[in-house]
Every structure is written in C-alpha cells, then in structure tokens.
Design a protein around this ligand. Structure first.
Ligand SMILES: Cc1cc2nc3c(=O)[nH]c(=O)nc-3n(C[C@H](O)[C@H](O)[C@H](O)COP(=O)(O)O)c2cc1C
Length: 354
C-alpha cells in the first residue's frame, strides 16, 4: 500500500506527486533582490530529492518589504527573470515550484546575521513601515502606513504575482505569518489603527483579503494559491486559533486553496510550547472546522510520524524546513524508510536500497 505521504494531491489543475513539500527558507543571499547561483543550488538540490513541491523563500514585493538586505525581490521584471533558471531546473526534475510573496513590514531591514545583524538605516537597512508606530523587539519603530499607501502595497503583491507567473512558478503563497506585514495587520497586538484597517476582526483582515483578491485576479484559474498564517501569536489577547478559523473561511471563499499553518513570530513576549509536531493541532483544527486543505510545518523530522499526520487526517501535506537543510534529499530517504519506491533522477539510481 502506498504510504499516505506518497499519495498524489490535486489542487486545481496542479497534481502534486506526493505530500512532502519543502518549506520556504530565507537564504539571505540575494544581491539587491536578485537571486543567483546559491538559490539554484539550494532549491535545485531539493528538487533532486523528490519532494512533491518546493516553496521558494519569502520574496519581497517592494524593496522596503525585504526581511533583510539579502532577501530576494520581485519588484521588477529583471528580478523575476533571475528566478527563471531556478524554476527551469526544478521543473526538469519533474517538481513543481511555488514562491512565497512577502512584505516584512516592521520586522524588516535586517543586516545579515553573519556580519553582525542589527536592523534599520544605521545597519545598512531602511526605515521600516507597519500598521502602527510600534516596534518588534530589537527593530526600529515602524512608520505607520497611511491609508492612501495601502492600495500600492496591494498592487505590489499583484504585480509580483504576475511576474512570478511569467517565469513559470506553479504555486503562489502569500506570507501572512511570522510577524511580517500581513500578520501585523491581523494581530491586535501590532495593529492599533483606528481606520477601516484596524480594530474589529474584519478590519484587521481587510489588507490580507484585498491582497488575496488582487493576487487571485491575476492568477490563471487552474493555479493554486496558498496562504501561510501564524495560527496563534502564543500571547494572551493576540491573534489566536478561533480567529484563524474565521479567517480560513474568508480565505476559502476568495479562492485560497490551501493554508500553510505555522504559528508565532509577532512579538517577543510569545510563550511558544515547542516540541515535535507542535503546530499540527492548529492546522488540524482549521482543516476540520472549515474543510480547507492544510499543510503542517514545524519539527516534522521522522518519516513514520510524518505519515501518521496525514493518516490521522490532521493535514493534507507536510512541509519540511530544517531537516531538509540538513539533508536536501529528505523525501527520498523518507520513501526508503517507508519501503516506497520514489522516482528519483537517473543520476542517483545506484544509491537505491528500495
Ligand atoms: C533558514 C530558515 C529560513 C526560513 N525562512 C522562512 C521564510 O522565508 N518564510 C517562511 O514562512 N518561513 C521561513 N522559515 C520557517 C520554516 O519555513 C519553517 O516553518 C520552520 O523552520 C519550522 O519547520 P522545521 O521545524 O521543519 O524547520 C525559515 C526557517 C529557517 C530554518
């Protein structure tokens, strides 16, 4: 019998050959937003290991939306073209590739951690923006975005989406998690606005919903749209699972196909209970309450246990991050561990044990 991890999944017109996906991971290695050889090797390496999907790292829709000075961007066509060799190689391995569209908001402008880190103009960064004039611990205070600036941000997401599609990406994922701009609008902790983008639940969701509508409108009907959320801030009075379930219903109605369910990252005061599969219950609750497809992520490292997540109906796919940094061919090794014969590139055939 085929292990659940290796059952194909259909989302709109895309068939994912299995349910082990590579989670987006910043590499801090772009040059003024332009990806290069590192990204080809990093993402290409994953593609040789047989995942059902790779989601490329948080990619900024405007320059000041980068998390760090080394983050990639999609704010012009030339930056999009730089992705083409990466996309083409991943496709040549029979693997679809998505990209995570992002705006870092108040949690951006970092210098590279390996040259000392820090954030803000004095560290080689820029003035960060956010829903309100407040700061993430260790970052400069954000300039609160004016209402009239928000349509430009929405448009920047749509333009970046169009560029990603033009160079061949198969899936788009919006980054509304980990304390970045869209999450900053969702959470009452970071969003203290008094206009129609702050206050009530619907108001806090408004920017994300506008981005979803604008992005969906430029996507082909057969192309899947994912949203990554932090299902809870792990802070009393912050964003939580109940709000995530309500949001999932709104997103589903606007044509979002899958929620990639993470947690945390909004504020330093968070009390995260970390352990193997610690985020699985959040995605599982959203999946059961709404029927939307979900991916689980976070300390999923054991193939048998990962398979159980799917068998138990807790998610439709698992996303692997750090375990795949350690071993980019994690899906291939998981298949062997489960006795499943996964298609791998011809060049690797002599390594097979199953
Ligand atoms: C080096 C690194 C970079 C990351 N960059 C991103 C990112 O660009 N976007 C994102 O949503 N999550 C990012 N994450 C979080 C991972 O996608 C994942 O959610 C997290 O590491 C938990 O999964 P794991 O336990 O399998 O590593 C990053 C994680 C790591 C280790």
């Amino acid at each position: 019998m085929t292990p659940a991890l290796f059952n194909p999944l259909e989302l709109r017109d895309l068939t994912l050959k299995n349910r082990i996906w590579i989670s987006p991971m910043c590499q801090y290695s772009a040059d003024e937003g332009r990806v290069g050889t590192w990204h080809l090797v990093h993402l290409g390496g994953f593609a040789t290991g047989g995942p059902g999907l790779i989601v490329a790292e948080a990619t900024a829709v405007v320059p000041e939306g980068r998390i760090s000075v080394g983050c990639p961007g999609l704010w012009n066509d030339e930056l999009a073209e730089a992705w083409r060799p990466v996309v083409d190689f991943v496709h040549s391995m029979g693997t679809p590739i998505g990209i995570q569209l992002a705006h870092a908001g108040r949690k951006g402008s970092r210098n590279l951690d390996w040259v000392g880190g820090g954030a803000g103009p004095e560290q080689g960064g820029w003035q960060v923006v956010g829903p309100s004039a407040n700061a993430y611990h260790g970052y400069p205070t954000a300039r609160a975005l004016e209402g009239h600036e928000l349509p430009f941000i929405v448009q920047a997401f749509a333009d970046a989406a169009r560029r990603a599609i033009s160079v061949g990406f198969d899936v788009l994922e919006l980054h509304a998690a980990h304390g970045y701009l869209l999450h900053q609008f969702l959470s009452p902790i970071s969003n203290q606005r008094t206009d129609e983008y702050g206050g009530s639940f619907d108001n806090r969701c408004r920017l994300l919903m506008e981005v979803v509508q604008a992005v969906r409108a430029v996507m082909p009907a057969g192309m899947p749209l994912f949203v990554r959320i932090s299902a809870t801030d792990w802070i009393e009075g912050g964003w939580d699972l109940d709000q995530s379930i309500k949001l999932a219903q709104l997103l589903q109605a606007e044509g979002v196909d899958l929620l990639d369910v993470s947690t945390a990252g909004l504020a330093h005061e968070q009390q995260v209970k970390v352990g193997p599969h610690y985020q699985v219950p959040f995605g599982a609750a959203i999946r059961r309450a709404t029927g939307i497809a979900t991916a689980s992520v976070g300390l999923i490292t054991d193939p048998q246990a990962a398979n159980s997540i799917l068998e138990d109906g807790d998610a439709d796919a698992v996303m692997i991050a750090r375990a795949a940094l350690r071993n980019p061919r994690w899906p291939y090794q998981a298949a062997e561990a489960l006795g499943y014969h996964l298609d791998i590139p011809d060049q690797l055939m002599r390594s097979r044990t199953v």
